[in-house]
Design a protein around this ligand. Structure first.
Ligand code: FES
Length: 150
C-alpha cells in the first residue's frame, strides 16, 4: 500500500478543501444576507392595543405586491398576500427554536422555510412543522386597510 506523506497530502488537498469550506460558508452567508435583506418598514402602519392596522398602499408594503410576502421584523410578523383579497399574517418566531428573520417563502409549496435549520412550515395555519404550527393571526381587509389582530 502506498503511503502519502502528510505534508504532501495537505498541500494537495487543502486548496480544494479550503475552497469547498469557504465556498460553502460564502454560499450560506450570501443566502442569509439575501433573506435578511429587506428595507425596514418605517411607515404605513399603526398599532392600537392588540390591533395592527396596515395601509397596504404605503410604499413600505410594496414588496407584498412584488414578492408576495414580507418579514415585518419590527412587529415580529410574516405577511403573505395570497390574492388581491386574501392576506395572511403569521408570527415570524420559528416554532423550532424561536429564531426570527431567517425566512423565505415558496409559492409553489405554500410554505415558509426558516433557514436556521431549514425547516419548512405550512401557511395553512394548521399543519405542524418541526416544533409545531407556525402561528397565524386573524386578519380583516377593508379597502387598502389590513387589520391584524395580535
Ligand atoms: S430555529 Fe427555525 S428551523 Fe430551527
Amino acid at each position: 500500500m502506498k503511503t502519502l506523506n502528510r505534508r504532501k497530502f495537505l498541500n494537495k488537498s487543502c486548496p480544494i478543501l479550503l475552497s469547498t469550506i469557504v465556498g460553502s460558508t460564502l454560499l450560506q452567508y450570501c443566502t442569509a444576507e439575501e433573506i435578511a435583506e429587506q428595507a425596514p418598514i418605517s411607515g404605513g402602519y399603526s398599532v392600537s392595543g392588540n390591533v395592527l392596522t396596515i395601509d397596504l398602499s404605503h410604499s413600505d408594503f410594496g414588496a407584498l405586491d412584488s414578492k408576495g410576502w414580507i418579514n415585518f421584523a419590527s412587529q415580529n410578523l410574516l405577511l403573505l398576500k395570497k390574492s388581491a383579497t386574501e392576506y395572511k399574517a403569521f408570527t415570524n418566531i420559528c416554532p423550532h427554536e424561536r429564531v426570527k428573520n431567517k425566512w423565505s417563502y415558496s409559492a409553489s409549496t405554500q410554505k415558509f422555510t426558516c433557514h436556521e435549520h431549514d425547516n419548512a412550515y405550512s401557511s395553512d395555519c394548521a399543519t405542524a412543522g418541526k416544533g409545531g404550527v407556525l402561528d397565524c393571526y386573524k386578519v380583516a381587509l377593508s379597502g387598502t386597510q389590513l387589520k391584524v389582530y395580535l
